[in-house]
Design a binder for this molecule. Structure first.
Ligand SMILES: C[S@@+](CC[C@H](N)C(=O)[O-])C[C@H]1O[C@@H](n2cnc3c(N)ncnc32)[C@H](O)[C@@H]1O
Length: 212
């Protein structure tokens, strides 16, 4: 009976948080968000939680909710907010907000405010490359969901993974969904890279850095 109650309480929590973030459009499935929230709340290591690619704040909300409920580090949300190539007018995932405003930052701020997590988010309006130039803090949880080309996934990983602490976690979105991300991720886990796959759920793939 205790297991049943624990399972039900987890399901109720999932539904409640998913409902709370239902107003935020984006590309993250609720079950992926729940996994990110749990990693932010209970994941290993000490250090920052860093997100590359925030868009309108969907994944940011889940990460921040985890940090908030466990009184841990704020989420550093890094995005130039100008959208990826596919969000531009005429492209496959064209965004009306990008078309109208050229940036999702206003919507991002409104969304995290409405979701009640703004106090646990530190946005950096810059490209991943620009932000990495001045970053110098350890990271315990890195979420990579920026440009989905192979070159960009490799660059984001190359720029930010050195800051991930031993035993820390990197989560990639859109594995087996976008060819560039998939190619980079498969390459990473197929060699002795020092990263071991912990789990996958939907297109979220999570690795742990060796060393602890
Ligand atoms: C797929 S969206 C992120 C979706 C978001 N994580 C969600 O849950 O809805 C990709 C985001 O990456 C951003 N982006 C693309 N290239 C970037 C770069 N070089 N540096 C920072 N952000 C970048 C885009 O502006 C876009 O908002």
């Amino acid at each position: 009976m205790q297991t049943l109650m624990a399972d039900l309480s987890c399901i109720i929590d999932y539904i409640n948080v998913a409902t709370r973030f239902g107003h935020v459009s984006g590309y993250l499935q609720n079950v992926e968000g729940y996994a990110l929230m749990e990693l932010a709340a209970t994941g290993p290591g000490v250090g920052a939680v860093v997100e590359i690619g925030s868009f309108m704040g969907r994944s940011t909300c889940w990460l921040a909710a985890g940090a908030q409920r466990s009184h841990r580090e704020k989420v550093t949300a890094i995005d130039h907010f100008a959208g990826s190539p596919e969000h531009q007018p005429g492209q496959g995932c064209e965004s009306q907000v990008i078309r109208d405003e050229g940036s999702t930052f206003r919507t991002f701020k409104a969304n995290i405010e409405q979701a009640g997590v703004a106090d646990h988010v530190q946005p950096i309006v810059a490209s991943s490359e620009e932000a990495a130039k001045t970053w110098n803090a350890p990271i315990r949880l890195l979420f990579i969901d920026g440009d989905h080309s192979y070159e960009a996934a490799r660059l984001d990983f190359g720029l930010w993974s050195p800051f991930v602490v031993p035993g820390g976690v990197i989560a990639f979105h859109d594995v087996e969904e976008w060819p560039g991300v998939t190619r980079f991720y498969r390459g990473l886990i197929s060699v002795a890279s020092g990263y071991t796959e912990a789990f996958r759920i939907a297109s979220l793939a999570v690795v742990v850095k060796a060393g602890q």
